[in-house]
Design a protein. Structure first.
Length: 121
């Protein structure tokens, strides 16, 4: 799967409950030339819950991404590693504009992680 692919996956939430949710793929092991594994991918959670709005969320409109039933938010700080067997359906790819926003916001979040880690060295 390429970056920007939107998938429906089964996953276990932080409470240990089985859930099904939407995710945007960021990274697929099969395309990493330094990795021998091919079945995992990294993705961020997509939600419709407005309480998830924060510094690291991106609005995803139905107009730009017609496979969504409602406007959604990409929670760029909610990074998950998932196995390909957890995928139930591939919905499509984010629009170029939406994916650019997700990429920039996720990069900002990862930069903040790096800043905090370097402060502890």
């Amino acid at each position: 799967m390429k970056s920007g692919t939107v998938v429906i996956c089964d996953y276990i939430n932080f409470k240990g409950e089985a859930k099904r949710g939407l995710f945007v793929v960021l990274y697929d092991e099969q395309y990493d030339i330094t990795n021998n594994c091919t079945m995992n991918f990294t993705a961020i959670k997509i939600t419709t819950k407005l309480e998830m709005v924060g510094n690291y969320t991106v609005n995803l409109s139905v107009e730009e991404n017609p496979f969504f039933n409602n406007p959604c938010l990409a929670s760029c700080s909610k990074i998950h590693t998932l196995h390909k067997h957890q995928i139930k359906r591939i919905l499509g790819n984010l629009s170029t504009n939406s994916f650019k926003k997700v990429f920039i916001t996720t990069s900002k979040f990862l930069s903040e992680i790096n800043r905090q880690m370097l402060n502890n060295v």
